[in-house]
Design a protein around this ligand. Sequence first.
Ligand SMILES: NC(=O)c1ccc[n+]([C@@H]2O[C@H](COP(=O)([O-])OP(=O)(O)OC[C@H]3O[C@@H](n4cnc5c(N)ncnc54)[C@H](OP(=O)(O)O)[C@@H]3O)[C@@H](O)[C@H]2O)c1
Length: 304
Amino acid sequence: MRIFLTGATGHIGSAVLDALLRAGHEVDALVRTPEKVQQVSLRGVRPLVGDLSVPATYAAAAEDCDRIIHAAFEASSAGQHVDRLAIDTLLAAARRRAEAGKSAVVVYTSDIWVLGSTEAPAIEEAAVNPVELVAWRPEHERFVLGAAHEGVRTAVLRPGLVYGGARGIIGDLLKDAANGLVRVVGNGRNHWACVYDRDLADLYLRLVAHPEVSGVYHANDEADERVDDIVDAIARHAKSRPDVRHVPLEEARKKLGPQADALALDQLVRSPRAKAIGWVPTLHSVAGSVARLLEEFRTARAAA
Ligand SMILES: NC(=O)c1ccc[n+]([C@@H]2O[C@H](COP(=O)([O-])OP(=O)(O)OC[C@H]3O[C@@H](n4cnc5c(N)ncnc54)[C@H](OP(=O)(O)O)[C@@H]3O)[C@@H](O)[C@H]2O)c1
């Protein structure tokens, strides 16, 4: 299949790109600069220099592809608006394909934080209750899902915190531990929903290949890990044990803004819809995988 991918240089998108290529797909990858072309120039990839905020740079390329995966996100104050523009552009491309009688599937990357704190394990049908940081996301999800009846199949994927490599919040914990001080927002007794990057990529692969993909899919390893347990496991593997400081939420908000509340979320999450299409995560927890994650972290840092 020919697949249009945004975010191919990102934490999630780079894992998705690897998985798509391993599975033998051709990938049209949107990248922002000619330098980034180098990063994705592997066999089977057609790099396309453009920007999510400039639809003319990628609308036609998306229309040429059998599947569209949106895994990019602009980390700026315009991020939410750029995301909506990208969704509009990608859904319009899919609609044009459908009108021409071609298959059209759009997979949108959302975020498990839209669930807010959960009182019981939350499945995909659970009501959303987003923290401020992602308060805008459910509307984007609804927009993507609502486009499905126009002859286009759409899926919303909500990854947990992604681990693997050197990036992301777990990557930051590994780095902080190596530097001797790990800060935890809140009391650390809250649970995070997490997912290994390669397992997450496998779910994208299943979604693009599945003939009836539609609706919301959670992606997490279901380990129900407390933040303190993750941090403790990482600390035990550090060359010298780092200090761990619990930062009261109020104080953390002053430094991190709305991200503090996202990090303090207490989430128990289940992914039954993903499992129903055969998805089986290979890594089952962060704490149980630290030795491997440290190796990946060092390899990724050395390659950067
Ligand atoms: N990582 C996680 O733990 C996690 C968990 C749940 C949900 N998510 C969601 O998943 C999505 C991707 O996250 P991520 O962690 O992979 O992010 P990331 O590592 O920051 O990567 C973002 C990607 O988007 C690209 N990008 C940014 N602005 C762009 C623009 N204007 N035009 C074209 N490309 C642009 C970046 O390109 P450059 O290389 O040029 O910067 C990069 O490839 C986000 O929506 C995020 O909220 C992430």
